[in-house]
Design a protein around this ligand. Structure first.
Ligand SMILES: Nc1ncnc2c1ncn2[C@@H]1O[C@H](COP(=O)(O)OP(=O)(O)OP(=O)(O)O)[C@@H](O)[C@H]1O
Length: 238
């Protein structure tokens, strides 16, 4: 078992004229929820997509539980589940069939995974409705359940509560909060500083493609001698 869940070292990525990431480094420990926080366009999704093997880096190294994204992408894919910022479910399937469909990729007998997914989604009787009839929040909960039911070593969640109402966001946060274990970690991005303070053991503040501050919310607030994480954000992205 690797003692580092994620290691990002000197990561760089350019899209045409835009240097999205430049020399970005941080680490995530097992049993940790790590938050990537930063302004629009700072490079959060680009980092998460490289970590998910969906995008290649121009330079630098990323490994997930010891597996390198470039030389061992299949090992990384086995270790992770990635919930993109804008994701949808197959609209002609019911929520339950969708979970069964995903579970089928991960187990010969997907029954146990499916029941775990149904429990995590917590959609009650609506789980048997077609996903085309779901609200945005219901779809998000279904997708989060489909990501976590297979118990990946690393759950990569891009803005997991984006667009959710207060109750749904709160319930999704509880599911995420319960997820880490000595063999499991979470990395997420969020624009909600209260959420990040509540959920994350450590936070990396990213600005213009570089990590500009890293630490626990308490450490960062003390280091910058401010009231809360939002103040830290304002200081380091000024
Ligand atoms: N496929 C792409 N083609 C061109 N430019 C891209 C592409 N993906 C990202 N970028 C650019 O890279 C930079 C970082 O984008 P990224 O989506 O990683 O930011 P972000 O921190 O996730 O932003 P947000 O908070 O708005 O979701 C931005 O300038 C963006 O326009």
């Amino acid at each position: 078992m690797s003692d580092t869940a994620v290691r990002v070292e000197g990561l760089a990525k350019r899209f045409g004229d835009v240097q999205a990431l430049g020399d970005l480094s941080f680490q995530v420990a097992p049993n940790e929820i790590f938050g990537l926080v930063g302004p629009n366009g700072a490079g959060k999704s680009t980092t998460l997509r490289i970590m998910s093997t969906l995008l290649s880096a121009d330079d630098g190294e990323v490994s997930v539980f010891g597996a390198d994204v470039t030389s061992a992408p299949n090992a990384v894919r086995e270790a992770i589940r990635y919930l993109p910022e804008e994701a949808g479910a197959y609209e002609n399937l019911t929520g339950r069939r969708f979970l069964q469909f995903v579970a089928g990729f991960y187990a010969d007998d997907p029954g146990e995974l499916l029941e775990r997914g149904v429990e995590l989604a917590d959609l009650g009787e609506r789980i048997t409705d077609k996903t085309s009839e779901y609200s945005k929040g219901m779809t998000r909960r279904l997708l989060l359940a489909s990501s976590l039911m297979t118990e990946p070593q690393l759950a990569i969640l891009d803005e997991p509560t984006s667009g959710l109402d207060v109750r749904n966001a709160r319930e999704v946060r509880e599911v995420i909060k319960d997820y880490p274990s000595p063999e499991r970690s979470v990395i997420l991005s969020s624009h909600n500083m209260l959420e990040v303070e509540y959920l994350c053991d450590r936070v990396g503040l990213i600005n213009e493609g570089e990590i500009v501050a890293v630490g626990s919310p308490t450490e960062l607030v003390a280091e910058y001698d401010v009231e809360n994480l939002e103040d830290v954000f304002m200081e380091v992205t000024a």
